[in-house]
Design a protein around this ligand. Sequence first.
Ligand code: ATP
Length: 215
Amino acid sequence: MKDVYISKAVIKRLPRYHRFLGELAKEGVERISSNDLAEMMNVTASQIRQDLNHFGGFGQQGYGYNVRYLHEEIGNLLGLNKEHKMVIIGAGNLARAITNYYGFKEIGFLIVALFDVNEELIGSEIKGIPVRPLSELSDFAKKEEIDLAILTVPKDAANAAAEEVVTAGIHYIWNFAPTELIVDRKKVYVENVHLVDSLLELTFEMTTRPIKESK
Ligand code: ATP
């Protein structure tokens, strides 16, 4: 793909396009106009055209979008055309929930090991996946060509754990620890999932714009 700047806002919408197009493809829909897609997705047609133009458009005037092709192309942009091996750092409750979630495997994201510093957990398994000592991360990551680390350690341990990840040569962190990681952004890209922040966005709505049922 051309080396163009694409805003985070556009990138954030791509998984949603991918999901809707996947459902259309499953229903056997071959093509769709930006207007129809816009209506389904509750966005404007011009936003869809603008967003998809960043990637060469994929559409044709008067024809609309080829659903299967667009689905595949967006999937390629999202890295769904290959398998990704991931590790989890911090084998606590959140790690357990993530490991037990089937959705990742279905789209090619494989959790191949968990790492922890707690001797009591090391050697155990979660859904058949071993919990290994953190000291083995570097060797393991290099041998297994790990793409991505999921960070589910407590806040106070997050930066030290991120440091280990970077030392292991892993360049992508999906960070669930409720803190901002201080890392060298040239060496590692961090995507944060701050669950409490997300909940607070909801409670902001709740307190400032409460839904009042009309009688
Ligand atoms: P519980 O406290 O019941 O284990 P939890 O998910 O709330 O569940 P956390 O305190 O969030 O636990 O810790 C998650 C996991 O991170 C724990 O298993 C802990 O041993 C592990 N952990 C803590 N520090 C590190 C570290 N530096 N590197 C790797 N794992 C760590």
